[in-house]
Design a protein around this ligand. Sequence first.
Ligand code: ADP
Ligand code: MG
Length: 697
Amino acid sequence: MPKTHSTHEAPRSTTGLPPALANINGNVLDDSVLKKIVDPDVYYEFARCRATGLPMDRYSRDELAKSIRGWAQSKGCIGFSHWFSPMRGPVHGEKLETFVGVDFETDALVVDLTGRDLFQTETDGSSFPNGGLRKTHEAAAYIGWDTGSPPFVYRQTLYIPSAFVSWNGEALDQKTPLLRADLAVNEQSVRLLHHLGDTDVREVVCNVGWEQEFFLVDREAYLARPDLVATGRTLLGATPMRGQEQSTNYFSKLSPRVNRYIAEAREKMWELGISIHCTHNEVAPAQHEISPIFNLANLAADTNVLAMDVLRDLAFDHALVALFHEKPFAGINGNGKHNNWGLNTDKGDNLFVPGETEHENRRFVAFVAALLRAVNKHGDLLRCGVSTAGNDHRLGAQEAPPAIITLHLGRILERHLKDAAAGGPLTGYGTEVKEIPISAPVADIRANLEDRNRTAPFPWCGNRFEFRAVGGNQHIAFPLTMVNAALADSVKHMSEEIESGKDADQVIRETIGDNAGVLFSGDGYSDELYEFAAKSGLVHLKSSPEAYRELTSPKNVRLFGELGIFNEREVAARRCVLEEAYATEIQIEARTLLAMLRTQILPVAIDDANGSTASGFASTLFDEKRELVQRLLNETEALAAAFDGFPDDESEAAAYAHESVKPAMESTRAVADRLEALVDARLWPLPSCSELVHGHQ
Ligand code: ADP
Ligand code: MG
């Protein structure tokens, strides 16, 4: 199957710019650099093979490697590493290899990079999460260059974005399924477009713009918190005294220290070709957001991991720590990562823009209809795509979209589609523009026809959809694979209907009519949603373990197989890895919390209670403290008992973690947090959440 690829040429830096802007793209080996450094015949061969998926001949590979090594050396590199994405969250894998080789004729050391070394390397697949696809005695796994994602230089190393598969070719990573899902979207969308009269379209690509939220805390304070170090979130700690009540942080000015850090991180990201466009303070104190301009889904997933890496690395230089966890602090917002997702053709058309002609308008309605079906039939997959232990703290918790996946289009478009399904015209939506009446002498404002709904998990934003349920600490490739799989299946279904002899307009109308139950324009934080979901028969998978079980349902195994995204073994492995990760994360949290209670909190709380008694004064304050200490002792025992009960089977362990361990942790925390507000602050052994979110500002 041909490789989907669009070249990514960015303008090179010019002189006369501020230093921060002068080296944009300076460390990216994109096509414009390749064309300059590689012999034209070799470049042509590379581009041809990339487009067709065929291997390059040995001579060209070696020549390509030689030129790339020369470029990397000129940037100070002494070696290279394939850069891959094991199934373990947004933490890439790397294996550093130097440019040093041996000339076996003379036994002398030489500087070298062979074509083979550039394109592939090998590793032990059994030591990464693999869901049973690899074992210690059957461990071979390969890492191969994804030529659609440009190599880059970071910290004196040439990094080569790569896919990671087993000896059988089964996906062990986040990238491979996304590339396969992109191919499915491309193939099925082109097929439907041809039925709709766009016979000259040859490629449809999926574009994504992510918005990364994160917290910054002081490194010294972070190191004094075993929970932050071990789990990325506070397992106890009272809500900051000044939280987000007055919205004073949202879009406020960055504090001087944070500003210096962000400016440096952004400059570094620009050098790496990450188009950071927007930076702002988020809702919670100490919370920030950055986002780049959208890119092909595969590149967006790579740049997100890289951006998180840069944020982590530079935080170290500024004695800060970046927290991406979905719920670092109780009582204030957590971290999400909206994925703005859209489809574009090689003719330059955006399939989610209503367009100006009747033809464009009908095509838009057809693709929105496909998405309606995707969300209605495969809401379970979308939910699964955003299911992690961390994200379970956000979904449905009044700060993030609910765990029920609905589609929000806006009231006018929703009405238009429902009328169309009932036999009305398919076209005619979106020709008007809305002017905002301000009644004050300021510039005219023109707006989208539709209002925005920030409680919806998947709202339309005029030219794209925004998958808002993704967690801040997720690798976005998996949720995007789920969205693309659901969409590709629905577009395929529509093509099959048309190919069976049905009229295309009738298929569009029926698709809308059959799936309109997924359209919800109300307040996603209200009870109305739950009533609506029950009425429409929408799936409500309340927790991650419930969602993981759906991944391997007969419907989903068939869908992944038909679209070539996962074979049956791969889906089962994916589910197993997710369940294991969920159970292990909560196991680590419970273990950490127990240690903190037993060795830090309880000794101090007991001393304090004893001191109160010894003081000779009487007060309800002292009575309350003594009562809370006793309760905390009881809670700790109950948590220890829950911790000891973890079953071995990963599926049962995930369910057990959710049903038994999490509630025990939460009720323990509630008592500890009340004590924190009463115990002598000179004794309290941990930096408070107030200090964490305000101390470095
Ligand atoms: P918000 O208003 O939700 O905070 P932002 O401006 O922070 O939005 O982010 C919007 C993101 O959407 C950016 O990454 C932007 O490049 C991306 N985006 C814009 N148009 C498209 C599109 N057609 N397809 C995919 N992403 C898009
Ligand atoms: Mg947003």
